[in-house]
Design a protein around this ligand. Structure first.
Ligand code: BG6
Length: 478
């Protein structure tokens, strides 16, 4: 199940991501028996921290759902050592290497297995990668590097980043995380599509009227405005997370389910998406909530005054291939909305004008669920039809299953060298190629001002008619 004496190093160990996601994910794997007690974990960052300080930062974020799991916290924390050092010169890296080599020697490791997790801002990616290659690379074993988004800011900068990393690490050594690929329902998409004949045979333009992938968050960018202002919602979640979901929803059946075949199909699909129409989309920015209790985006002092940053976007895509031509697919995402929910809605064409259409809903979060709106005769003496949900809510059906967090699932994959749920270089290129022209347009002087919507609302009020125009039929339960 796992390799013994693996060495995992978390760069950016004192930062937010490491504290909230990386260490808790490592703990989750340890707690569930997917990370050996023989593992050695190093935290590395610039800050001068004692190991006790690092542990007390991490401890509150480790999840212990059962009494028994509480007893695993300290043994897990005991696997961690901390090294402080710079990212751009070699002192810390030499020390790290000395420590790792000593650990591996004591454990009599013949083929080192080293995983480096770069929970770092992109500005230091390349420095760290260079230092790793020079000083800590396992020449007679396996080295793997996990990098976090953002992978560049547009097509050009993403290519530059790749060109700098490529001479240092082979593509098979690099794991670009898009954490949406680690979510249970996203991992389920191919099983669902290709394992059910009734879905498989109707998964096309003849049967499907429209597809929506929507991401709604009930909070704004409070505290992250400075970061978000130059990024915007399209780079933050659409170009990566939602587009990844879309590719898995729409690719052709891969030759096999190995990571390369699946990703080959994803690249083909991305290439088949028509260029985006700058005049056919909605972009928005939130204002203060109607009751005045929540701030507007521009109230954040770290945001540029008068910023046109987009906190909401609805973008229709069209795939120009045999299966999908003409089917509108709307990706939409918004911050500071009325609810927190991420879901896919596939609306079928109606069988006749008299009956409502079927709809398949795949809820990614919260509370994973799949439900199908199905026409059925009203029970009893009535002969008329009614539409009801055929409901597979995971927490009811799969009560005793451990559903790993996205990061748990992905770190486990990377430890096993499985790239299926990571983004390949050519996939990344295609995704930037698709969005860069639109981003340039939205960031030019002639950019339209985003439509304002109040914090806590459903988004710009134009949204409903926009969705209707793109083939979406609202029902009472939508
Ligand atoms: C991150 C974005 O990639 O994804 C955040 O930077 C966003 O802005 C987050 O909130 C959403 O992830 P999740 O797993 O909470 O849906």
């Amino acid at each position: 199940e796992f390799q013994e004496n693996t060495v995992i190093t978390v760069f950016g160990a004192s930062g937010d991501l490491a504290k909230k996601k990386t260490f808790p994910a490592l703990f989750g794997l340890f707690r569930e028996g997917h990370l050996s007690a023989s593992t050695k974990i190093y935290g590395y960052a610039r800050s001068h921290l004692s190991i006790e300080e690092l542990k007390s930062r991490i401890r509150p974020f480790l999840k212990t759902p059962t009494e028994e799991s509480k007893s695993k916290v300290e043994p897990f924390l005991d696997l961690i050592s901390y090294i402080s050092g710079p990212y751009d010169t070699n002192e810390g890296f030499i020390k790290l290497n000395d420590d790792i080599v000593k650990f591996e020697k004591d454990a009599k490791v013949e083929e080192p297995h080293r995983l480096f997790y770069l929970a770092l801002p992109p500005s230091v990616f390349v420095d760290v990668a260079k230092q790793l290659k020079e000083n800590v690379y396992a020449t007679n074993g396996v080295t793997r590097i996990i990098v976090e988004k953002p992978f560049g800011h547009d097509l050009k900068s993403s290519r530059e980043l790749q060109e700098q990393l490529a001479p240092l690490f082979k593509e098979e050594e690099l794991f670009r995380i898009d954490h949406y690929l680690g979510k249970e329902m996203v991992k389920n998409l191919l099983n669902l599509r290709f394992g059910n004949q009734f879905l498989n045979s109707s998964w096309n333009k003849e049967s499907i009227q429209s597809i929506q992938v929507s991401f709604k968050e009930p909070f704004g960018t409070e505290g992250r405005g400075g970061y978000f202002d130059s990024i915007g919602i399209i780079r933050d979640v659409i170009q990566n997370h939602l587009l990844q979901v879309l590719t898995l929803l729409t690719i052709e059946p891969p030759k096999s389910y190995d990571s390369e075949s699946v990703r080959d199909e994803k690249v083909k699909l991305l290439k088949a998406i028509k260029p985006l129409d700058f005049n056919d989309l909605i972009v928005g920015q939130y204002t203060a909530s109607e009751d005045g209790t929540k701030p507007s985006y521009l109230d954040d002092e770290t945001v540029n005054p008068g910023s046109k940053a987009v906190t909401f976007a609805a973008i229709p895509l069209y795939i120009d291939n045999e299966r999908w031509s003409g089917v509108p697919i709307v990706l939409r995402a918004g911050k500071a909305l009325d609810v927190g929910k991420v879901e896919i809605r596939i609306q079928y064409k109606p069988t006749s004008p008299e009956v409502p259409s079927n709809e398949l809903v795949i809820r990614i979060q919260p509370s994973e669920a799949i439900y199908i709106k199905l026409n059925t005769k009203q029970p009893g003496l009535s002969t008329s039809s009614t539409i009801v949900d055929l409901d597979l809510t995971y927490k009811n059906r799969f009560e005793n299953f451990w559903i790993p967090e996205a990061y748990e699932s992905l770190i486990r994959d990377s430890l096993r060298g499985d790239h299926s749920n990571f983004v390949r270089d050519d996939e990344l290129d295609e995704s930037w190629a698709l969005f860069t022209p639109l981003l340039n347009h939205l960031e030019s002087d002639s950019a339209p001002a985003p439509i304002l919507y109040p914090y806590g609302s459903r988004g710009p009020k134009e949204l409903s008619s926009f969705l209707e125009k793109h083939g979406y039929v609202f029902s009472e339960t939508t």
